[in-house]
Design a protein around this ligand. Structure first.
Ligand SMILES: [Zn+2]
Length: 322
């Protein structure tokens, strides 16, 4: 035998020299949930280690993440009240708006991103305005744009529309520019599948739809070409970064989008992916830490530049040890 691949695997040093993919805390974006109140840190049952924070405790969490080398957070809000059009989502004294300014005031250099969507703020739980029993695309755009501008006004560095309405990136870009926020970036949830992996998140963000499901706007898990189309559209509409969501069952999609798209690519390792690892770990059926690192590394290898993950702090701690 002339070619023996095992030569390159003989020692730890050699293996490290030829390793093709590396993982760093700098790759992570840490999702956080914020609600009204003070000194709150309420555990999310289906996501052990994750919490609903009030603004004060959320700031502490952001500081801790920053100190671990995590460069960015993305904020999800739980409003004090809901209505048909999600009006608390674009109120300047809304919960996300308050949280953004508080985090920016304390950790100046951290990149603060905000989820832009209506589902956490509407009483029906859908991501858009309902007209004649359907989620209406075009009247939703205006509200998303208002929400994005109000997040930018609070100091958000990036807004991240997750609604999957057609044309929302262009609508948000135009609204931001008109309001003088030409430097506020857009991380578009370009490729978002209608997925069962979001289950625990809906507990965390209290955003389950009250009727029907989201298949009329989120993508069919069977489709891959459509992912490329969505990614291209968001790129043309002015997105600065794009996202594929979920991550673990969609590594092929991450790879294909990476190959076709010139923008930084983020992948969202969602609540269900996190919950499965935590639950199996609790039962001692798997080595939780090892699986966590393997999943994150493989998402990176598939082509993601950035990973939105609930494991951010835990993984950053492990990485700094090794
Ligand atoms: Zn939504």
């Amino acid at each position: 035998m002339i070619i023996r691949p095992r030569r390159l695997r003989q020692s730890k040093t050699l293996r490290e020299m030829v390793r093709e993919t590396s993982l760093s805390a700098r790759d992570f974006i840490y999702p956080l949930f914020v609600k009204h109140g003070r000194k709150l840190k309420d555990p999310i049952a289906s996501m052990p280690g994750q919490y609903q924070f009030s603004v004060d405790t959320l700031v502490e969490e952001a500081v801790e993440a920053w100190d671990l080398g995590i460069p960015a957070v993305i904020l999800f809000g739980l409003p004090d009240r809901k209505d048909a059009v999600g009006s608390r989502s674009y109120a300047d004294d809304g919960i996300v708006q308050q949280a953004v300014s508080a985090v920016k005031a304390r950790v100046v250099d951290m990149v603060v991103m905000t989820d832009v969507c209506l589902c956490e703020y509407t009483d029906h739980g859908h991501c858009g305005v309902i007209k004649e029993g359907k989620v209406d695309n075009d009247s939703t755009l205006e509200l998303l744009a208002r929400q994005a501008v109000s997040h930018a006004r609070a100091g958000a560095d990036f807004v991240a529309p997750s609604d999957m309405m057609d044309g929302r990136v262009a609508a948000i870009r135009m609204a931001l520019d008109l309001a003088g926020f030409q430097d506020t970036g857009i991380l578009a949830y370009a490729v978002k599948y209608a997925s069962g992996f979001y289950g625990p998140f809906r507990d965390a963000a209290d955003s389950a739809p009250q009727f029907g499901d989201r298949s009329s706007y989120q993508m069919d898990p069977a489709n891959a070409l459509e992912a490329l189309k969505e990614a291209m559209l968001d790129m043309e509409e002015g997105a600065d970064m794009i996202m594929v969501k979920p991550a673990l069952a969609y590594l092929d999609i991450i790879r294909r989008v990476r190959e076709e798209c010139l923008l930084p690519l983020a992948a969202y390792s969602v609540s269900g992916e996190y919950a499965m690892v935590k639950a199996a770990q609790e039962k001692r059926w798997i080595e939780g830490e090892r699986i966590m690192m393997e999943i994150l590394l493989c998402i990176k290898r598939a082509g993601a530049d950035l990973i939105l993950t609930y494991f951010a702090k835990e993984a950053a701690r492990l990485l700094s040890k090794n």
